[in-house]
Design a protein around this ligand. Sequence first.
Ligand code: ZN
Length: 285
Amino acid sequence: MTDSTAETASSFAVYGTDQGGPFVLVSDHAGRAVPPALGDLGVSAEERARHIGWDIGIDGVGRQLAALLPAVLIEQVYSRLVIDCNRAPGHPTSIVSVSDGTPVPANEGLTPEQIADRHEAILHPYHARITQELDARLKAGRPTAVVALHSFTPEMRGFKRPWHAGILHNHDSRLAHIMLDLLRQDGLTVGDNEPYALTDTSDYTIPLHGEKRQLPHLEIEIRQDLIADEAGQKDWAERLARLLPEAWAQFCKIYGVGGTVEALTAQDNQQSVPASVKQAGQASR
Ligand SMILES: [Zn+2]
């Protein structure tokens, strides 16, 4: 694995190297940093270490996965309590003044200028870096799939979430459905748009970089207790490093490389399309 950042900037870190594979990994909630000017946000260190501050464990999974595939991983380094980079600018939960019952005093009563500052310093550079990566690949004519990495709390408002992981998708469910099947074949309980559903408004990263650009994509959520320690992170990185290329191979076989080739015979289609993929394009929830 690699712990070294190949590239750093104010709001993002880049891990791994691109050695020809299709995947671009993105991690909106891997970071826990707070800009010095904002102090501690008025939130205790203990609270900031909870899931409200970041996606627990996804940093270790993402970085090891980037090394194993190998692939480039673009990680947001700031806490989502500063600004949530999986929300569109101006979204009601972009900069929250209360998160899961915890007040965030530094986010109360922000002026438009203060909000714009966070966009300029944190949100926009991160997404610009992802755009740059995708632009370069498309310019080079390279098939590209966007994989967004997240983790979720084992329990929410008293409900024990039964899923080991969830696959989130919306307008283009093709790659997501293949990966969902592969994870389930691995013996896991996997949510289909659970614990969250991907929607036009709930998310920003996949709608912007996957759906809008018509690139194959999926969003994966892993339950935090499974990746809280190094052993779990390694286990999940190895699982995803095994299954993502398998999912891509199946995707290319069904849809053509990059998902843009339509020249499939009906017979091929019948033989190779998994049951869940045949439903792609229908309502996802
Ligand atoms: Zn997340």
